[in-house]
Design a binder for this molecule. Sequence first.
Ligand code: NI
Length: 175
Amino acid sequence: MIDIEKCRITRYPADVLARRAQLVEKIDNNIRQLVEKMTNIMLENKGIGLAGPQVGVALRIFIISLDATKEAVKVYINPTVTPTDELDSMDEGCLSVPGIHTKIRRYKKCKVTATDLNGNEFTEEAEGLYARCLQHEYDHIEGMTIADRMGSAAKIAHRKQLKKLRENHEKPAKE
Ligand code: NI
């Protein structure tokens, strides 16, 4: 049972962001409530994607809404994301790694297969921002963030902010 009330944005270098998430075994009310909570958190923070580990839930689930509206929210449960094209580099940010926008290399196109909230499996081909977003969220359920993906030059350029995030993480929570 996931305690939905306790779901909060997790930030680098939280453990839950560095672990491979577990399969969702059953799509029940608890999962539906989790999706609602994730949707609210994502929209409040003007994000276009959010994964379970980013709200402290180590499950293989993420949501995407490319125009940041509630209507466009799509749910991906136990997804697989397979790249189908060459690499490209673009600026990215992440709600779990605040204060950092940096070039990340991703595949230009990918294929996603996942289960929706009704338990139906679907497959889609994605490109552009959608493909990038799928790969970013998939990284989260594999235990990786842009802090791990960024190149060594970017790590140096953003070292102060990364250090600040690590220091904030060590402080006792204020909430
Ligand atoms: Ni992210």
